[in-house]
Every structure is written in structure tokens, then in C-alpha cells.
Design a protein around this ligand. Structure first.
Ligand SMILES: Nc1ncnc2c1ncn2[C@@H]1O[C@H](COP(=O)(O)OP(=O)(O)OP(=O)(O)O)[C@@H](O)[C@H]1O
Length: 358
């Protein structure tokens, strides 16, 4: 089994008696990108600062390549942890050129350093700006130099805290992809903090979903998206529809047909959760609606409340006949029915999640 490049066990940290990191454990393999994803204030940055060594934990341990970096007794200083940092306010040194910025953290033979700086500037596509000063560069170019600077000493681990949030949308996608390519080439283990699910899905080999100081789920983006641990985890990645229901005899009766609910006791309240792109829509056919199908179950009628064109898809909201609740459907084409139109909705049963109601 590969030794994790970074391993965190049972990390805890409280500020003024309030625990903001509660029992966080995770590991990152060499060459792997793990995203610490969660809403603002859930303790992501604090976790990162503890790993970097600029904050100390109350308990728990951190190992790098199997070696203890800190626990309650030992603490290796930040500069000896072989950790590169790239934060949102990645400020380059304004009075140093691009080359000098990248070379800043390098010690040892001058020739080797010059080669390393050239190699990295080539990798991040900044060779022709080697003699420029930061104020002469665009935001994206500064970001590339910051990446080269952080990678120059060949850190074993790179910690990145919302590193792309200062960039505009179009540029951000390009820089993310380029950054990922360089990090993979260098084989660095990366722990990246973000509150944006899209960024985590794009960058991560593994996502650690954090909430209230706790990692609630870890897994590959595909698995987290398609098998969320709970209703909040499902809702963090996209809009969700919730159909509140009750279990009787391991079955849930809904306007969309029966669902299996093995393991739930009789009378327990559950939520059936489905993402808007997994609703299917059919026409009214003078009130007859569609025939039930085994895969999609029974259809239920709703009245269009609003339809919006979103560019690549359309978003249609329905007020459902059965209880007046609102369901949202995302349709991958231009589909803009008028408000008041009756339509029928089926839900893809293989895409539904059943969670106990909190
Ligand atoms: N030095 C500190 N002293 C007191 N409270 C702190 C300190 N640092 C962080 N906190 C608190 O700890 C909680 C978690 O903060 P943290 O920065 O780790 O969250 P985050 O998930 O990174 O959020 P964001 O995405 O907004 O940065 C917040 O409520 C914050 O106010």
C-alpha cells in the first residue's frame, strides 16, 4: 500500500472554546489532488493553516510521507515541512522580477537554481516574461508566477486556499486546467480548499466534503455527486427537489409510485431527493398524460409556474397538483412552456436518494 504523502488524523481546534475543526482525518497520496470543499466558515482554512504550521491544533497528528510533523508533543517548524503554499492573496514581491520571485525560496548551487527557474517558467508559459515585474503582469500571469514560485523548492505537498478566486470566470477555467497539469507533472500532493463544488469537481481526484468542522464524506467527485451521504451533501452540488414521505412496510407511497425503503422502520419520515436534471417531462394529451413505465414509475401532473432559458439548458418550475409543492426540472435543450401549461413529470427512480428526515 502506498504511504500517503499527507496524513491527518483526528485534528481538533477550538477558538475561545468554540470547536471549529472537530475530528478531521484525511490523507492525500503523491500526485493526487484532494479538495477540501465546504461552505464558508466550516473550518477549511483553519485545517489548512494547521497543516502549514502557522496555527497549532489542540489535538490530532499530521504525518508527511509517514514521518510525524506535529502532534501534541512534536511540531516541526513550517519552513521544514516541505510544504508549498498558494493562497488567494498570493502577493508576489513587487520589487523583484519574475525570475527573482520564482528563485526566492531556492538555496544551493546557482546553476541548478537557474535551471529550475527556467524549467518552471517554461511549464507555466511565462518564459518570455522572465524579466518583467509583477505590476507589468495580468492577474492570470501573476497567478502562473505564484504557482512557479510555490513549486520551485519541489515541495512534497502543496496547500492551496481558494487560489483562483481572484480571477475572472473565463480565465479561471484555463488557469485551473493549466495549474492541474503542472501539479500532476511535478507529482506534488495537493490539498486545495474551495467552497465551489464546480471547482472541486474539476480539480479533485478526491473530495473531502466538510461541514461544521467535520468531514462528512470523502470520495471521488463522481461518487460524491452520485451517492451523497445525506440531503445536505446532495444539495451542496446542485439544486435538489425534495419529496417528503413516510415509510410503511419498507415501502414509500408517493405520487410518483412506490419506492423501496429497506431498513427504515414503519412510520419514519424520509425525504426522497432528486436533482432537477433527473426529472422527465411529458405532455398532457388532453388530460390523459403518459402511461406508467417500470423504470420511471407513475407520472404526476404539475402546472408550469416559470420557465427560464439558461444557455445550455432550460429550467422549468412546476406547481404540483398533488400538494401544491414546487418541483424544478432541468431540460438539456430549449424548452420554454408558457406559465399555466399542464405537464406531467416522471422521476428517474435510479437517480433518487432516500434520506431520513432530520
Ligand atoms: N484566529 C481565529 N480566532 C478566532 N476564530 C477564528 C480564527 N480563525 C478562524 N476562526 C473562526 O473559525 C471558523 C472557521 O474558519 P475558517 O477560516 O477555517 O473557515 P473556512 O471554511 O475556511 O471559511 P471561508 O471559506 O469563509 O474562509 C470561523 O467561524 C472563523 O470565524
Amino acid at each position: 500500500m502506498t504511504t500517503p504523502r499527507l496524513e491527518i488524523r483526528n485534528l481538533r481546534k477550538a477558538f475561545a472554546g468554540r470547536e471549529v475543526v472537530s475530528d478531521v482525518s484525511l490523507s492525500v497520496l503523491p500526485g493526487q489532488v484532494t479538495c477540501l470543499l465546504g461552505p464558508s466558515g466550516c473550518g477549511k482554512s483553519t485545517t489548512l493553516r494547521i497543516i502549514a504550521g502557522v496555527e497549532s491544533q489542540d489535538s490530532g497528528s499530521i504525518h508527511v510521507d509517514g514521518q510525524l510533523v506535529c502532534d501534541g508533543l512534536v511540531s516541526i517548524p513550517p519552513e521544514s515541512r516541505s510544504i508549498g503554499l498558494m493562497f488567494q492573496d498570493f502577493a508576489l514581491f513587487p520589487h523583484l522580477s519574475v525570475t527573482q520571485n520564482v528563485a526566492f525560496g531556492l538555496h544551493g548551487a546557482k546553476k541548478a537554481n537557474t535551471d529550475r527557474v527556467s524549467e518552471l517558467l517554461a511549464k507555466v508559459g511565462m518564459s518570455r516574461h522572465a524579466d518583467a515585474y509583477p505590476h507589468e503582469l495580468s492577474g492570470g500571469e501573476q497567478q502562473r508566477v505564484a504557482l512557479a514560485r510555490a513549486l520551485a523548492p519541489k515541495p512534497r505537498i502543496m496547500l492551496m486556499d481558494e487560489p483562483f478566486s481572484g480571477l475572472d470566470d473565463r480565465l479561471r477555467d484555463d488557469i485551473r486546467d493549466e495549474t492541474l497539469e503542472v501539479l500532476k507533472e511535478e507529482g506534488t500532493a495537493v490539498l486545495l480548499v474551495t467552497h465551489e463544488p464546480g471547482e472541486a469537481m474539476r480539480m479533485a481526484d478526491e473530495i473531502a466534503l466538510m461541514r461544521g468542522g467535520v468531514v462528512v464524506q470523502r470520495g471521488a467527485p463522481y461518487n460524491i455527486y452520485n451517492a451523497p451521504a445525506d440531503r445536505e451533501a446532495a444539495g451542496f452540488f446542485s439544486d435538489i427537489n425534495v419529496i417528503p414521505s413516510e415509510v410503511q412496510g419498507a415501502l414509500i407511497d408517493t405520487p410518483f409510485g412506490q419506492f423501496l425503503a429497506p431498513g427504515f422502520p414503519d412510520g419514519s419520515a424520509v425525504d426522497i431527493v432528486i436533482r432537477p436534471q433527473h426529472l422527465k417531462i411529458d405532455f398532457d394529451r388532453g388530460g390523459r398524460g403518459p402511461n406508467p413505465t417500470p423504470a420511471e414509475g407513475t407520472a404526476a401532473r404539475g402546472i408550469v409556474r416559470r420557465a427560464r432559458f439558461m444557455g445550455a439548458e432550460s429550467l422549468v418550475e412546476f406547481v404540483m397538483d398533488y400538494d401544491g409543492s414546487v418541483l424544478k426540472a432541468q431540460i438539456p435543450s430549449v424548452f420554454l412552456p408558457n406559465p399555466g401549461t399542464p405537464l406531467w413529470i416522471m422521476i428517474r427512480r435510479d437517480r433518487c436518494f432516500v434520506f431520513p428526515r432530520n
